[in-house]
Design a binder for this molecule. Structure first.
Ligand SMILES: Cc1cc2nc3c(=O)[nH]c(=O)nc-3n(C[C@H](O)[C@H](O)[C@H](O)COP(=O)(O)OP(=O)(O)OC[C@H]3O[C@@H](n4cnc5c(N)ncnc54)[C@H](O)[C@@H]3O)c2cc1C
Length: 495
């Protein structure tokens, strides 16, 4: 018997386990896979000496999120690396958008697309500095984020808050038209929005794309020395130091419910009893474990093809800035992004995929032998895509901008990841806030003691740990309120 069971040892599950253990609870984490970390893992996928991030790779959300910051992972062995730039987006005319932690460098790059766009970016970053703490707090608070809203109101006033709300709802295309003259800024925001499934025409795309770009401006897109798995290892080390027991290769097969209350989980022939169960798995997996049909409204984000390469040297990008950036976005124009998105939404295989490309040599020499490179990329595809053909098209996109790339390829690993794997559900407005996850966007479910604590819950995908943090803190609040007090009262009330 444990005080709590956490299902799944991805970043959200591990953060949840830490928060519960910090409060003195005995916690068991059960992970289906032989390796912990969920979508935060590193392996030598192709050949020895080359370390590939199997899923996620770059972590602005991890360094900015209050939930992850509270884990103080640097004290548990994590070391962050940065490249000289944060992100580059080369365009066919030979120019290249550069996002740098140096504001002047970013602004100068945007000015090469249209004089004055640098100033517009500086203005946006002034706004960002005022709203960043409240936005980040909003991530690490269950819906509705009341205190974050009050803080924004205090900083911006009613009119400013209304204006921010309108701006947040804009699609990237309209936002770029209102704020900038050149295409560089539109691509910077549009490419970042497509880290989710928010296209240039999606409501909310500007907010998502801007927040990610602003985090990059402020914190960079860091990556852990040695590979993404270092994040999971640090979280596990911290949890185990607090007595958390983490069992890998232990899939949960059923969540045990008595009446309307959770009583534990069933795994590998035995029951693990606990009054509290935090399901750090997708909402579809939660339904399966409860023996329920998946809710029609739980729309997944698109499937992706993920490619990992081992290379005989750094990628020979034509654009010098692309050689300095760990993250490179590949799309010719905002219109090209719209075409790609439209093909996807019609179930077609995009012929010119938008490629999110990662390379590590400029920031972390431990990923590959001296002089070599390890590269990472993914693109959205239709669920029944031919993964090898898709990987070939992604390779062609790199070759177009880095002639000679194909000749450097030593080997590659290709995987087709099913819908819902990246973000635990679409990031479109109809699956955000009160619409996301289970009950009005809150981590609680309709079974007492059972919480959804994965990216399927608010605030969604990304390695920020906030869904695990929100669920654990909600569970602790309810537990505190329903624990009998020493004076004889039972302190019961609604949380
Ligand atoms: C290809 C790819 C690239 C990405 N890139 C980035 C990036 O660069 N930066 C970023 O911030 N985010 C990125 N993401 C998103 C991010 O990795 C996820 O949103 C995040 O990992 C979600 O965390 P989680 O803990 O909710 O779920 P997961 O990380 O998916 O972990 C869930 C865990 O639960 C386990 N599990 C499932 N069912 C059971 C069961 N029945 N019993 C026991 N265990 C179970 C799984 O094995 C898994 O370990 C990327 C994701 C993918 C797939």
């Amino acid at each position: 018997m444990a005080d709590a069971v956490v299902i799944g040892a991805g970043p959200n599950g591990l953060v949840a386990a830490n928060v519960l253990a910090d409060a003195g609870l005995s916690v068991q984490v059960l992970e289906a896979e032989p390796v912990i970390g969920g979508a935060v893992r590193t392996e030598e996928l192709v050949e020895a000496g080359f370390r590939n991030d199997v899923f996620s790779a770059f972590y602005p959300l991890a360094v900015a999120s209050p939930a992850m910051r509270a884990m103080e992972l640097e004290h548990w062995g994590l070391r962050w690396c940065h490249g000289p730039l944060v992100l580059a987006h080369p365009t066919p005319d030979g120019r290249c958008v550069a996002l740098s932690r140096d504001l002047e460098e970013t602004a100068a790059s945007l000015d090469t697309y249209a004089e004055g766009d640098g100033a517009a970016w500086r203005e946006l970053m002034d706004l960002w500095r005022r709203i960043e703490p409240a936005i980040l707090r909003g991530l690490a608070t269950p819906v509705p984020p009341v205190r974050a809203g009050i803080s924004l109101l205090a900083r911006l006033g009613p009119y400013g808050l209304l204006e921010l709300a309108r701006t947040a709802l804009l699609p990237v295309r309209r936002f770029a038209e209102e704020r900038f003259d050149g295409e560089g800024a539109a691509l910077l925001i549009g490419g970042n929005a497509l880290h989710s499934d928010l296209t240039p025409e999606s409501t909310l795309g500007a907010f998502f794309g801007f927040v990610l770009a602003a985090l990059g401006q402020t914190h960079g897109y860091p990556f852990p020395e040695g590979g993404a798995g270092a994040i999971a290892a640090a979280l596990a080390r911290r949890a185990e130091a607090r007595g958390v027991r983490i069992r890998s290769a232990t899939p949960v097969e059923r969540i045990l419910v008595d009446g309307r209350r959770v009583t534990g989980v069933h795994s590998q022939g035995s029951d693990v009893r606990a009054p509290l169960v935090l399901a750090a798995v997708s909402v579809w997996e939660l339904d399966r474990l409860l023996g329920r049909e998946p809710a029609v409204s739980a729309e997944p984000d698109p499937a992706v093809v993920k490619v990992d390469w081992t290379l005989d040297g750094p990628v020979p990008w034509t654009a010098p800035d692309a050689r300095r950036a760990p993250v490179v976005h590949l799309a010719d124009s905002l219109d090209a992004l719209s075409v790609y998105a439209s093909e996807l939404s019609r179930g077609l295989e995009p012929q010119r995929p938008f490629v999110l490309f990662g390379q590590y040599a400029t920031g972390d020499p431990t990923r590959a032998p001296v002089g070599k490179e390890t590269a990472w990329a993914y693109t959205h595809v239709s669920p029944d895509a031919d993964a090898a053909a898709s990987a070939d098209r992604m390779t062609d996109e790199v070759e177009r901008r880095a002639p000679g790339f194909k000749a450097l390829v030593r080997g590659r690993h290709v995987a087709l990841l099913p819908p819902g794997r990246v973000n635990g559900g679409t990031s479109q407005l109809h699956n955000q806030f009160v619409f996301r996850g289970t009950r009005w966007g809150r981590p609680r479910t309709d079974v007492r003691g059972l919480y959804l604590s994965s990216s399927s819950a608010h605030p969604g995908g990304g390695v920020h740990g906030a869904a695990g943090w929100n669920a654990a803190r909600s569970a602790l609040r309810v537990r505190r309120l329903s624990t009998p007090r020493r004076d004889g009262g039972n302190g019961r009330s609604r949380a």
